[in-house]
Every structure is written in structure tokens, then in C-alpha cells.
Design a binder for this molecule. Sequence first.
Ligand SMILES: [Zn+2]
Length: 272
Amino acid sequence: MATVKRCNIPKSQVEHELDQAIKSADPVRAESFQKLHRVRAIKTKNQERERLRLTEKLGDNHPRVVALQAKIATNYEVARNLKMESVRAQTEAPRVESSSWLVHGRVINNLLEPVPGMKTGLYDRSGCPIETCGSEITDKTGYFNLTIKKVADDARDTSATNKKMEGFLYVLGKDNVTVHRDKRPLAILAGQAQYLEVVLDDGDIDRPQQPKTRYLGNSNSRELHDLKNQNPACQIDEIKVDHRINFKTRKEALALDYNYCAYCFGKDKSKR
Ligand SMILES: [Zn+2]
């Protein structure tokens, strides 16, 4: 029995990944994100007006003003994340040939704005460029798409030697100066496409600044976590920066088809 179960895991993983690829271009989701983003923007505007009024009346350092300021900052972060998620939802999953592999994604700055005109490419673990994928310049949305046309033979070879083929993204700026070397390994497997977001920062993409909201969604697993009730099994630290979506209410997340995490919300609520 156990063997049967074990055999099922890879298949469901494959299905999950396919599901994710299909989900990545979803006009309905894109629209709901845009709607949420607009609502959030209006809210922030109103709060900003209220802050000005209170500041005049009570002064900069009054606890009420300080609290409102923090609220506005959080709202602003959430709005930015929602905007980004809407861009993701509009990104079409590119077709990938069975013998090819590709990585596509976006280069953004720490304000989550696209960075156009950057040269992207891959290098291997030893730091040598992987020539077969060439290089591509990010477009005005920061988008890039790198393809390795023929992976199949290499993949077969490497499975024999039990070595994984992997690559890392690098980003070059003006005069071909390296501005970013991504630390996340990309498994190069025939027939697969991967989406990657690179945040150009002070070189520290591992400890991103996160807005503080009670609920955190993983846009990859589509699980929602309650940070007030966090459990080590939630593995919050493992959630990649480009998969972290902050929500102020559970309703927002549920409207976007997120599911409750069984560890922090309890097994009754979770559908998994
Ligand atoms: Zn959780």
C-alpha cells in the first residue's frame, strides 16, 4: 500500500505544477487583484487626508498620528504587492517544447517596479555562463524569457551520473557590469518552465522587508497563514519573496481562492 502511495506523489506534483502554469495567466484573478488594488488605493488616500487633519490638530508625535502613519505604510505595501500579483496573473505561461527548458520572469526593484534594459542570463554552480541559453534584455515590464532549446540529452546524461543540472540567473546592467547573481538554483529539466522574480536590492534578497499584516498567503501553494497563530510547520521562512502576498483580512484571500493552512487555522477549516 505504501508503495502505491509513494508512486502517486510525483504525479500529483506534476499536476500541481501544470495547474500552477495554467493559473499563471488568469484574467479573472488579474481583474480581482486590480479591483483590490484600487480599493486599497482609495483607502490609503482617505487615511492620508485623515492623517493631515490629525497632525494639524495633535502634532506629529501624537500616538494616534503615529498609529495612523503605520497603518498607511502597511496599506501602501499591501497595495504594491497586489499590483505585482496582478502583473503575475497577467503573465502568460509560455509554451515549452518537450526537449526544451525555460525560465521567464521579471526583474524588479525594491519598490516592486519593473527594471527594463537589464541583460539576463544563466550561469552554472562554478560561476561560468551557460552559453546554450544565450541572454535577453528585460522589456519595459522587466520581463525576460531564457530558453535552453535542447535539454533532453544532457538531462539523460546527468541522471546517469546522478548529477542535477542547474542554473542561476544573473543580471547585468550598463557596460555589462553584474548587478545581481541570484542564489536560488533553477533545476534545468526538459519540458519545464519556471517563473522567477528578481528583486534588485542591496544584494540581499533573502531577507526582504515585509509589510506587517496578520495574514500571509503563499501564491505558489495558495495557502493562507495566520501569523498570529504561526506554527513551525507553516514554514513561513521557506516562502519565497515573490510568493509572499500580504492580506489584512481573510476575506480578501478567500476571494482569491486561497485555502486555510491546516497548522495555523486548524484541520477543520483547511480543505487540504
Ligand atoms: Zn500556517
